[in-house]
Every structure is written in structure tokens, then in C-alpha cells.
Design a protein. Structure first.
Length: 208
């Protein structure tokens, strides 16, 4: 049986904090529980215990386990979006925006185990919100890359005949690389591979 310490969860009495912090606290605990056990095996009892409250208190904020998981996914999706927007916003040109996008996206996905699970696990498609979330995720990713590619093409930095098709091709390639990148826990090797991936993708579109 895994201990709360092993999950990085410290038991505390969240119930007596204000409601917003209570809910945020439950979500943070649930992120760890769902990431470790997976959606099927994780229980509200475990989330309640790790949160330092009774199961009935969880129901004060969430209607069911699916509702908790939805909040976890929305939280992790927000983290991904925030990191990407920050990285791209600080980039000096479309080439740097593209490189930052690939690097940050592939790095952050490893931190967001539940988000990754929702995107790739077929058994979660029975949850109504997951299918819609996947569709939104795919569209947002293609649209963001398309915008970067259009800007780069207009500036004469990229040679792309069809920006939308290029964006779709890159997102498809990155999805295929997620599993092997996440499976490799050698930080130095992973960093080196990420640099190689960025280099290969960049030199395929950067005008020389």
C-alpha cells in the first residue's frame, strides 16, 4: 500500500480553510491520487483521507469522482496553456516561438499525467467531458501552431505551402513522441533528445 508521504501528500485539515482554498487543495491532492492510481482505481475515500477530511466533505465541493477528475483535467489544461503562452510571448520571432512551443509542450506534458491520461486513454471516452476536451485540445494546438507558421511565412522565415497541414503534421508527430519521452526518466538523455527533436523539426521548415 502506497503511503501519503510517497505521493508527496501531507495530511492537513483543509475543511477549515476558506472554500476556494479547500477546493483547490482537494484538486491538488486528487492530481496526485489520480496520477498514481489512474482514474479507474482511484477512489474518493483515498482523496478524502489524503485531504484530511471526510468523504462527505468532498461531496460538498464535488458531485462525484468524475466531477473531481474533470476539475483536475481543467487545472492541468490551464497549466499547459499558461506555460505555452508565457514561453511564446517571450520569444523574439516565429522561429523561437516554434522551438519554445515544442520544448515546453513536451516538457510540461510529462508533469501533467492526468491530462495525458485523458488525451490518450480510450477507456476514458465514456466520460462525456473527455471527448469534448480532446476536440478542443486538438483544435487549440493546431490553431496555435498555424498562427506561428503564418507569421513565420509572412516574414520569409518559413517555407510552408499549407500552414494548417503543417501544424497538423507537427502535432501528430509530437503526440507519437510523447510516450517514449515520458517513459525515459534519464533527465540528461531526455533533454538531449528534446534538442534533437526541435532541431529536426526546425530544419524541416526554417528557410536557409
Amino acid at each position: 500500500m502506497v503511503t501519503l508521504d510517497q505521493l508527496g501528500v501531507t495530511t492537513n485539515n483543509l475543511f477549515y480553510m476558506d472554500k476556494r482554498k479547500n477546493k483547490e487543495g482537494i484538486i491538488e491532492v486528487a492530481r496526485k491520487i489520480f496520477a498514481f492510481y489512474g482514474y479507474k482505481k482511484a477512489t474518493l475515500d483515498e482523496i478524502a483521507t489524503a485531504s484530511g477530511m471526510g468523504k462527505s466533505s468532498i461531496y460538498y465541493y464535488f458531485s462525484c469522482k468524475e466531477d473531481v477528475f474533470r476539475s483536475v483535467i481543467e487545472t492541468e489544461a490551464g497549466i499547459m496553456k499558461s506555460r505555452l503562452n508565457e514561453a511564446i510571448g517571450n520569444a523574439k520571432d516565429p522561429i523561437e516561438k516554434f522551438r519554445q512551443y515544442v520544448t515546453i509542450r513536451m516538457g510540461v506534458i510529462d508533469e501533467l499525467a492526468n491530462y495525458y491520461q485523458a488525451i490518450h486513454s480510450d477507456y476514458l471516452l465514456n466520460l462525456d467531458f473527455v471527448k469534448k476536451m480532446r476536440e478542443n485540445y486538438d483544435k487549440q494546438e493546431v490553431d496555435l501552431l498555424k498562427t506561428i507558421f503564418l507569421e513565420g511565412t509572412e516574414l520569409g522565415l518559413f517555407r510552408i505551402a499549407d500552414e494548417e497541414l503543417a501544424a497538423l503534421a507537427v502535432t501528430t508527430a509530437l503526440k507519437g513522441l510523447e510516450a517514449p519521452i515520458m517513459a525515459d526518466k534519464n533527465e540528461k538523455l531526455t533533454k538531449h533528445r528534446m534538442e534533437r527533436i526541435v532541431q529536426m523539426l526546425s530544419y524541416g521548415i526554417v528557410k536557409r
